[in-house]
Design a protein around this ligand. Structure first.
Ligand SMILES: Cc1cc2nc3c(=O)[nH]c(=O)nc-3n(C[C@H](O)[C@H](O)[C@H](O)COP(=O)(O)O)c2cc1C
Length: 228
């Protein structure tokens, strides 16, 4: 990691998979659902799911009823969509960063983007009251930062940025992660409550882009394209 101001940085420890995979596994469910299904007398996870949801099979895949979607299956299906990884940041006295892969481009004219933030995330309250935020698109070598900014045990305030260099946004001063592939500095344009997340739409007021390969995230694992 890039040290900040010559001070020895606290270790940007890479959490084990289990530290972030909690998001992908509902509490109280065993890791191996095949075992769970078999314990309940079903031949397979698919059969257990079919009985539970009233779904049917198509080419070995369980088709689930729209009325009762299994949350584990939903997370896994969502996770099969490969994304990049960003760190959303806000500045000021309650400066904060949070790893997010729900980032999406929305509009070229006007320039708009979105990110979805869980209602229980600290970032949620900060974006509800704040007017500006930044998005840093992580490069393939910044996997440790993705893990760090998703770790609930990280320090609060500006202290959490000690383990990486940041640059202040030219319009709003939001901290942006140095070495990222792209920076977007945004003013909050709209917020839409959507289930357990809020969709935050930002108006891009400045941007920066460098070359390089992006960090990817799919099926709960980090990866990279290996090209570029
Ligand atoms: C790869 C990855 C992507 C994530 N994407 C999101 C996201 O889009 N929205 C979200 O609310 N949380 C997301 N998270 C989880 C948050 O980063 C994590 O819960 C974080 O600790 C919340 O920080 P806060 O509560 O301190 O704001 C993601 C985690 C990982 C590892």
């Amino acid at each position: 990691m890039i040290p900040d101001g010559g001070r020895p940085p606290p270790p940007c420890r890479r959490p084990g998979r289990s530290e972030f995979l909690w998001r992908l596994r509902p509490a109280g469910r065993p890791k191996n659902r095949n075992l769970e299904g078999r314990a309940r007398g079903f031949r397979s996870e698919a059969e257990a799911d079919e009985r539970a949801t009233g779904g049917g099979h198509v080419s070995g895949q369980v088709v689930r009823s729209a009325q009762r979607v299994d949350s584990r299956a939903l997370r896994d299906a969502f996770a099969s969509f490969a994304t990049g990884v960003t760190v959303v940041t806000v500045g000021g006295p309650a400066a904060h960063g949070m790893t997010a892969n729900s980032f999406a481009s929305v509009s070229l004219s006007p320039p708009l983007l979105l990110v979805c933030v869980h209602s229980k995330a600290q970032m949620h309250g900060l974006l509800a009251s704040g007017t500006a935020f930044g998005i840093s698109v992580l490069a393939e070598h910044q996997r440790d930062l993705a893990a760090y900014f998703s770790n609930p045990g990280r320090p609060t305030g500006m202290a959490q940025f000690r383990c990486t260099a940041t640059v202040p946004g030219s319009h709003t001063g939001v901290p942006l992660i140095a070495g990222a592939l792209a920076h977007f500095e945004c003013e909050v344009r709209n917020r839409y409550e959507a289930g357990d997340h809020t969709i935050v739409v930002g108006h891009v007021c400045s941007l920066y882009r460098s070359g390089g390969s992006p960090l990817l995230f799919v099926s709960g694992r980090y990866g990279h394209t290996g090209t570029h």
